[in-house]
Write a new protein. Structure first.
Length: 201
């Protein structure tokens, strides 16, 4: 019974935390970080103020958790698209396309690429990205370099450069640009980096 009680408490705690993150995601996107107060957050989540502060030190900590969850969701989409067995450059292309598609989720580009930098700062946001989308890009580039599909480029700098290109594309698409044009452009950039005679598989 004691073990069941612990599981039940954990389930309730997880449910409360998830409700707060979902409420934060909704309100931070619809109202903006500055215009969202803790009373609105707890009301939207259906929990008490005490529950909020039990799980998160303050509103900023909740915002950070929302960014982490959204970043992880994007990374899962990338990993699902760039599945094992694809040619390295094809995997990079599929992963990039999956990133741009994932970022079309309403509110996500604003949240991750604009508001997060303002609220959390560049250093903290980069650390989150390094665990999620940035990680998938570094892994894809490393695999391509190891396979000889890309020359031995500096991995961190190449990932930063391409990551910035993907982010700019996502912002442009969110503003109404044609997605296909950006897909082609970024694929051309990756193809331009390819090693001469790079294997296609």
């Amino acid at each position: 019974m004691q073990e069941a009680g612990r599981r039940s408490n954990k389930d309730r705690s997880d449910t409360t935390r998830a409700a707060l993150i979902a409420a934060g995601r909704k309100l931070f996107v619809s109202r903006g970080y500055a215009e969202t107060g803790t009373p609105e957050l707890v009301a939207e989540a259906g929990v008490t103020r005490g529950a909020l502060y039990h799980h998160f030190a303050d509103k900023r900590a909740l915002f950070r958790a929302v960014v982490e969850v959204e970043s992880a969701a994007v990374a899962r989409e990338i990993e699902s698209a760039a599945r094992p067995g694809l040619a390295p450059l094809k995997a990079l292309s599929r992963g990039g396309a999956a990133f741009l598609e994932a970022m079309r989720e309403p509110g996500r580009t604003q949240l991750l690429l604009i508001d997060a930098a303002a609220v959390l700062g560049r250093e903290e946001l980069d650390a989150i990205d390094a665990r999620h989308g940035g990680r998938t890009l570094r892994e894809g580039l490393a695999a391509a370099i190891q396979a000889g599909a890309l020359p031995k480029l500096p991995l961190a700098a190449t990932a930063q450069l391409l990551g910035a290109a993907y982010d700019r594309a996502a912002l442009a698409i969110a503003a109404g640009a044609e997605p296909g044009e950006w897909h082609k452009l970024i694929d051309a950039v990756v193809a331009g980096l390819a090693a001469p005679g790079a294997p296609s598989r």
